[in-house]
Design a binder for this molecule. Structure first.
Ligand code: MRU
Length: 353
C-alpha cells in the first residue's frame, strides 16, 4: 500500500505530496512544529490524512516534553493541540482527531496515570486513529462498490485516494473496491486547479494500480457529460454538515451541478469522522482561503499579470439536494440526510446500498 504517513519512533515520515509525481521524496518531521508546518504547506493533505498527521504530531510532540509533573505536561499538551488546530480550517477530521487525543489524555489523567503513561496512551490513540482510517476506507470501498455499474466511467475531482488518507482512499477506495469486485472501471480525473491534486496525485495513484485514467482539465467535465461519457461521479469530502451539505475541493460544486443537469448520480465518499453534526448546514463551514501565489504561479512561473486581483478559496460547498448518497464505513446514507446521518451516529445498524 502507498506509504502516505508512518511513524518511526519519534519521527513522523510523510511522502511529500507537493513533489509528486515528479519525485518520491519523504519528509521526516521530528517536532510538532514540523508536523504542523507540513500540514499547512500541504506536504500532507486530504481530510483524513490531515487528522492522522495531527494525532501523530501531537503524540511525538508530547513524547519530547521534558515536563515531569502532570500539570505542566497538561499545559504543554493544550498548547500543542492549539498549534495543530491552527493549521487548516475546513477539514473537520483535524478537529475530530485533536478531540480524540484530548479525550485520551483526559481519561488517562483522570485514572491517575503518570506523565510517561499518558505519553504511551497518546501514542496508542494516534496509532488507533491511523489504523481505523485504513479500515474505514476499506469498508466504504466495499459499500460504495455496490453502486458502481458493472462497466463504469467514473469522474472524480481532487484527490480522495490513499494519499489523502492513511491508505486505500475514500472516493478512490470506492473505485478500488469496484475494481476488486471485477467491475470494469475507467476513471476521468479532473486536474483540480490550482494545486492539481487530480492531475498529479489521483492520476499517479491510479496509474500505479493499473486502473485506466484519463486526466481532463476542470472545464472539460461538462462537455464529457453531455457526450454521455460519464456514468457516475464520486468525490471525497472535507466536512459534511448535519443536513448533508458537503465541503470539498473547490470545483466540486460545479461538477455536482453539471451532474444534476445531465442526470448523472453524484456520490460523496467519506469516513464518519468527516461528518460534523455540530454544523447545521453548509453556510457554517469555514472555507480556507489560501495564498494567491497558488493561482498566480505554476511551477515557479508567473501566469497572471501583476496588478490582477486574485481569489483562492480552497473549498466549496455542494448543497445536499445534489448528492445521491454519502458512502461511509457504516454504509450508504440517503436523503433526507438530516435524519439518516443522525441515525448513523445513533444506531449500530449498517445501511446498505
Ligand atoms: O486541499 P486538500 O488537498 O487538502 O483538499 C483535499 C480534498 O478536498 C479532498 O477531496 C478531501 O479532503 C477528501 S480526501 C479523502
Amino acid at each position: 500500500m502507498l506509504p502516505t504517513i508512518a511513524r518511526e519512533d519519534d519521527v513522523v515520515v510523510m511522502i511529500d505530496q507537493r513533489k509528486l509525481p515528479a519525485a518520491e521524496v519523504y519528509v521526516r518531521c521530528r517536532t510538532v512544529v514540523e508536523v504542523a508546518r507540513a500540514i499547512k504547506t500541504m506536504v500532507i493533505r486530504g481530510a483524513p490524512a490531515i487528522g492522522v498527521a495531527a494525532a501523530m504530531g501531537i503524540a511525538i510532540g508530547m513524547r519530547r516534553s521534558k515536563a515531569t509533573g502532570t500539570q505542566k505536561f497538561a499545559a504543554e499538551f493544550h498548547k500543542t493541540c492549539e498549534l495543530m488546530a491552527a493549521t487548516r480550517p475546513t477539514a473537520v477530521n483535524l478537529f475530530w482527531a485533536i478531540e480524540r487525543m484530548k479525550r485520551a489524555f483526559a481519561a488517562a489523567a483522570e485514572a491517575g496515570a503518570s506523565v510517561d503513561q499518558i505519553k504511551e496512551r497518546l501514542d496508542l490513540e494516534a496509532t488507533n486513529i491511523h489504523d481505523e482510517d485504513v479500515a474505514s476506507c476499506r469498508a466504504m470501498g466495499a459499500f460504495g462498490a455496490a453502486v458502481v455499474p458493472a462497466e463504469a466511467r467514473i469522474l472524480t475531482h481532487c484527490n480522495a485516494g490513499a494519499l489523502a488518507t492513511a491508505g486505500y482512499g475514500t472516493a478512490l477506495g470506492v473505485i478500488r473496491g469496484a475494481v476488486e469486485q471485477g467491475k470494469r472501471v475507467t476513471v476521468f480525473a479532473d486536474e483540480t486547479r490550482p494545486f492539481l491534486q487530480g492531475a498529479r496525485l489521483t492520476a499517479w495513484e491510479l496509474v500505479r494500480d493499473g486502473i485506466q485514467t484519463t486526466v481532463i482539465t476542470d472545464s472539460m467535465a461538462g462537455a464529457l457529460m453531455r457526450q454521455g461519457l460519464i456514468d457516475m461521479v464520486v468525490v471525497g469530502a472535507d466536512r459534511i454538515a448535519a443536513n448533508g451539505d458537503t465541503a470539498n475541493k473547490i470545483g466540486t460544486y460545479s461538477v455536482a451541478v453539471l451532474a444534476r443537469e445531465h442526470g448523472i448520480p453524484f456520490y460523496v465518499a467519506a469516513p464518519m469522522s468527516t461528518i460534523d453534526l455540530k454544523t447545521t448546514d453548509g453556510q457554517d463551514i469555514p472555507i480556507e482561503e489560501r495564498s494567491a501565489r497558488e493561482v498566480t504561479h505554476l511551477g515557479g512561473r508567473r501566469l497572471t499579470p501583476v496588478g490582477a486581483l486574485i481569489r483562492n478559496p480552497a473549498f466549496d460547498v455542494t448543497p445536499h439536494p445534489l448528492i445521491a448518497g454519502i458512502i461511509t464505513e457504516r454504509g450508504i446514507f440517503r436523503p433526507p440526510y438530516v435524519e439518516s446521518l443522525r441515525l448513523g451516529f445513533e444506531s449500530e445498524v449498517v445501511v446498505r446500498a
